[in-house]
Design a protein around this ligand. Structure first.
Ligand code: GLY
Length: 331
C-alpha cells in the first residue's frame, strides 16, 4: 500500500501544488504541473492535463484515436468538477469533435446544466467554435475491422447488437485479468486530480469508453458522483475501469463521502472497494480509483493486481508511480 503525503507549509503558502493521475496521465501531468508552479489554478491544470492525453494518438482509450464502438464510431465522454463550489460539467457520447474535457468545462461555465449528450453536445461544440474532426485513426479503425469484419456491421439498422455486446463483455471478469499480456485491451480512461497553491481542488476524467461498446453506451466518466467527484472540504476521487460498476455504487462520491464522515483516505478507499466487491463476479469486475485529501495526500485503489497510479508535487522533476491498494492485501 502506498500513500503519498504532499502536504506542507512552504513559505507563504498553505499547500504545495500536487497532482494525482491514472498511469496514462504522465505527459498531461508534466504540462499541468508546469502551470501550477506558475501559480495556475487546479481547474485549468486538470483541463490542460486531459487535453494532452486526449490529443495523444498513441492512447487508444481517450480522445483522438480512442477505440470505436461496435459500429466503428468513436464516442467520447468527459467530466470536470471544481472543488470550490461543486460546479460540474460533462459531455457524453460525443461524435466528431475532439477535446471533450473542454466541452465539459464550457457546459459548466455557459449553461445551467451539468451534462450534455450526443447530438446536443455536438451542437454545443459547433456553437463554441470547435472544429469538427474525425476522431478515428487508421490504426483504431484497423483494429475494429479485424475484430468485426465478419459481422457485417455496416449501418445502424443491419444488426441486432444485443447478443454481440453480451458476448464481447462476458470474458472481461476479474479472474481473466484484463491487463494480462495478449488479452484484448478495451478499457481505458484518464483521471487527473489537482490541488493548487490556493488550496483548491479540481478533478477531470476523459475517455472513449469501453472499446466495442454498444452505440451511445455511457460509462461512469461523465457521471458526477460515479466516475468523478471533488469537494474542497473533503477530497477528490476519479475512476477508471468498467464504468458500469462505479455507476451502480456511486464510487467517486462514496469515497469522498466516507472521508466526510471521518474515515481516513485509506479507510475510505477500502470502503469504496468493499462497495464494489459486493457486486460480485459481474462481467468486467475491474475498477480503479485515485483519490486526494484537501491536504494533498494521495492514494490509488484497485480491484486487480499490479495497477499503479501517478503522483507529483512541485518539488519533483517527474511524476512518480505508486502501487494502488487492493482490498485483499489490506484485509
Ligand atoms: N471508465 C470508463 C468507462 O467505463 O467508460
Amino acid at each position: 500500500m502506498t500513500r503519498v503525503s504532499a502536504a506542507n507549509g512552504g513559505a507563504g503558502r498553505a499547500t504545495l501544488p500536487v497532482m494525482a493521475a491514472s498511469e496514462n496521465g504522465r505527459a498531461g501531468m508534466v504540462a499541468a504541473m508546469a502551470l501550477l508552479r506558475k501559480g495556475g489554478r487546479a481547474l485549468d491544470a486538470v483541463e490542460l492535463a486531459c487535453r494532452v492525453t486526449e490529443d495523444d494518438p498513441n492512447d487508444h482509450s481517450v480522445g483522438y484515436s480512442g477505440l470505436p464502438n461496435v459500429m466503428g464510431e468513436v464516442e467520447l465522454d468527459a467530466s470536470i468538477m471544481d472543488g470550490r463550489d461543486l460546479r460540474s460539467g460533462a459531455v457524453a457520447a460525443v461524435r466528431g469533435y475532439g477535446n471533450p474535457i473542454t466541452l465539459a468545462r464550457q457546459v459548466m461555465e455557459q449553461l445551467p446544466h451539468v451534462l450534455l449528450a450526443g447530438r446536443g453536445a455536438e451542437r454545443f461544440a459547433a456553437a463554441n467554435g470547435h472544429a469538427p474532426q474525425d476522431q478515428r485513426t487508421e490504426e483504431a479503425l484497423q483494429r475494429w475491422r479485424e475484430r468485426f469484419a465478419h459481422y457485417g456491421l455496416d449501418s445502424e439498422g443491419d444488426a441486432d447488437l444485443r447478443e454481440l455486446t453480451n458476448t464481447l463483455t462476458r470474458p472481461l471478469n476479474l479472474s481473466e485479468a484484463p491487463l494480462s499480456a495478449g488479452s484484448e485491451r478495451r478499457f481505458g480512461t484518464v483521471n487527473f486530480l489537482a490541488l493548487d497553491q490556493y488550496g483548491d481542488l479540481a478533478s477531470a476524467v476523459s475517455t472513449s469508453g469501453l472499446g466495442w461498446k454498444y452505440p451511445s453506451r455511457v460509462g461512469d466518466s461523465p457521471i458526477i458522483g460515479a466516475g468523478n467527484y471533488c469537494d474542497n472540504r473533503y477530497g477528490a476521487t476519479a475512476c477508471t475501469g468498467m464504468g458500469e460498476l462505479a455507476l451502480r455504487v456511486s464510487t467517486a462520491r462514496s469515497l469522498v463521502l466516507y472521508m466526510k464522515l471521518g474515515m481516513s483516505l485509506h479507510e475510505a478507499g477500502l470502503e469504496a472497494l468493499r462497495d464494489l466487491a459486493y457486486l460480485g463476479g459481474v462481467p468486467g469486475r475491474y475498477m480503479n480509483m485515485v483519490a486526494m485529501t484537501p491536504q494533498g495526500e494521495c492514494a490509488g485503489f484497485t480491484t486487480v493486481p499490479g495497477k499503479k497510479y501517478l503522483y507529483m508535487n512541485e518539488e519533483m522533476e517527474e511524476p512518480a508511480l505508486a502501487e494502488r491498494v487492493r482490498l485483499e492485501e489490506s484485509a
